[in-house]
Write a new protein. Structure first.
Length: 94
């Protein structure tokens, strides 16, 4: 007998495809859960172990962790350490 958990599969997509769709879903009011990839937020977030939930936020503040597009198709999940005249300074450490 196959349970509901047996129907789960993993799909790996390039960020430039996946995150454009994530952006669309969030703009439509959905929350999106992603598995963390990379080690820049260690030891607080571990590669492939932890998940993050992305949601639309209108006002950012220091201490928030954000997914930022830093160049076309290049995304990072970093914590905001300061906001100065609209410029956001972020760091990889949580």
């Amino acid at each position: 007998m196959m349970g509901a958990i047996d129907n789960i599969c993993t799909v790996i997509l390039p960020n430039e495809i996946l995150l454009k769709e994530v952006e669309k879903l969030i703009s439509e009011g959905h929350d999106v859960t992603l598995r963390v990839r990379g080690v820049s937020m260690r030891p607080f977030l571990e590669d492939r172990r932890d998940k993050i939930v992305l949601t639309e936020v209108k006002n950012f503040k220091e201490g928030d962790a954000v997914l930022a597009e830093i160049a076309p198709g290049k995304y990072v999940f970093h914590r905001i350490v300061s906001i100065n005249n609209g410029a956001v300074i972020k760091t990889a450490s949580a």
